[in-house]
Design a protein around this ligand. Structure first.
Ligand code: UGC
Ligand code: NI
Length: 167
């Protein structure tokens, strides 16, 4: 038996306790390149206990709904940003920390072009594309040690393909 998670549109406000939403909503912070480019400046908190920041490419398998969530993870030593290299929405799952274990997860659907940056230590689902090729640039910590803590839920959650708009 699984518990159903409601999928809601990703908003910066709802995601704020967990990380940053990267998108070009609103006016740019500055115009550059002779007025031909808007710069949305310094929009994510990159935070690494040690090591260095790196950029990797992830090619994730596209998932079909209903999506079963039985695992979340976190990176105690660094933030992790997922920047889609296409315009397909993807599923983002986060959960609050409750005494070292994840609480009830929240599932979000990104708008086309939105990326996310999980703050250091935030419980999150693994990369969950919905469309091939599932190509993402990932900015996270490059350093020693696993920088990974996983939690397997005793009872999995199910994410249905039904978007509920936030009130
Ligand atoms: N393990 C890994 O690099 N990927 C995960 O951290 C993830 O969030 O997808
Ligand atoms: Ni991760």
């Amino acid at each position: 038996m699984s518990k159903v998670l409601t999928l809601t549109p990703l908003t910066a406000e709802a995601f704020a306790p967990f990380g940053d939403v990267l998108d070009v909503s609103g006016p740019p912070d500055k115009m550059i390149n002779a007025g031909l480019c808007g710069r949305y400046h310094d929009r994510a908190c990159l935070d690494f206990s040690d090591g260095k920041a790196g950029i990797s490419l992830f090619q994730g398998e596209a998932r079909q709904f209903p999506i079963v969530l039985d695992l979340v993870e976190r990176h105690p030593d660094g933030s992790q940003a997922f920047l889609p290299m296409g315009s397909d929405p993807f599923v983002v799952v986060v959960a609050p920390d409750e005494g070292g274990k994840p609480g009830v997860p929240q599932a979000f659907l990104t708008a086309p072009g939105q990326g996310v940056n999980y703050h250091k230590g935030t419980w999150h689902g693994v990369l969950t594309p919905l469309h091939a090729p599932g190509l993402f640039a990932v900015v996270d910590r490059i350093g020693d040690g696993p920088n990974l803590e996983e939690h397997h839920f005793d009872t999995p959650f199910t994410i249905e393909n039904e978007i509920k708009h936030q009130r």
